[in-house]
Design a binder for this molecule. Structure first.
Ligand code: ZN
Length: 231
């Protein structure tokens, strides 16, 4: 599994020829609300080549209407998926219903040889989901945007090879300490912090989280936007 962090909560997962794109925020639509991006989105539209686009919830840094419409037009074969809040938004954007897939917690969607299972997220979009992404031998848990809740820790999320977890500690997301509590309970081999560094008003230093993971014998490091690593 090759993984590329695309800033904020956005990732590209690639395995056995399948490319899963999650939550790309490529426009500057939040600038009009006072949130100016600090870093450019690291890939061009032509480089994305998604087989499936997933939006985990209907907030502009995760479902960016301009980005979704552009990707939908450029890649007419790609499935466009999300929980009901996103699904309705996709329809409003004029995306054909036959390429939409509704994500429901606990119900897996299979793309190529990868199973994607939406799981609980506690966020101001009540339909928000986290994702468990499984290949034949690897399991990844992406928290997406979520507050802490004991129920984030469940058989589906436990003992994964990798957890990608939000740490920014505001606007409905876990703090560093809360994210660490999830990590200690989920017991992944690797835990990487995400959802920071895009907006000055909503960021945090990830290093204390990384240090605490390593103290707990869980591998961790700071991802670089656009940097690819292999699991
Ligand atoms: Zn967010």
């Amino acid at each position: 599994m090759k993984i590329t962090w695309l800033t904020q909560g956005s990732f590209l997962f690639e395995s056995t020829g399948t490319r899963i794109l999650v939550d790309p925020y490529m426009s500057d639509c939040l600038e009009s609300k006072g949130l100016k991006r600090l870093v450019e989105f690291p890939l061009s539209f032509d480089e994305l080549k998604p087989d499936i686009l997933i939006c985990t919830h209907d907030h502009l840094d995760h479902l960016d209407p301009e980005t979704v419409q552009y990707i939908a037009a450029l890649y007419p074969e790609a499935a466009i998926t999300g929980p009901i809040s996103c699904y309705e938004h996709f329809r409003q954007l004029g995306i054909a219903e036959q390429r939409l897939i509704l994500l429901e917690r606990g119900k897996s969607v299979v793309q190529g040889k990868i199973a994607i299972t939406p799981v609980l997220a506690i966020h101001s979009d009540p339909q928000a989901v986290g994702l468990v992404i499984q290949t034949a031998d690897k399991k990844i848990y992406l928290s997406a945007d979520s507050e802490y809740d004991d129920d984030l820790i469940c058989p589906l999320t436990q003992n994964c090879e990798l957890i990608l977890i939000c740490i920014n500690g505001r606007l409905g997301n876990m703090s560093l300490d809360e994210a660490l509590n999830v990590v200690k309970a989920v017991k992944p081999l690797n835990a990487l912090p995400m959802h920071y560094g895009l907006f000055a008003e909503n960021t945090v230093d990830p290093q204390p989280f990384i240090d605490d993971c390593i103290k707990n014998s869980i591998n961790s490091f700071e991802m670089k936007p656009g940097g690819q690593f292999e699991l």
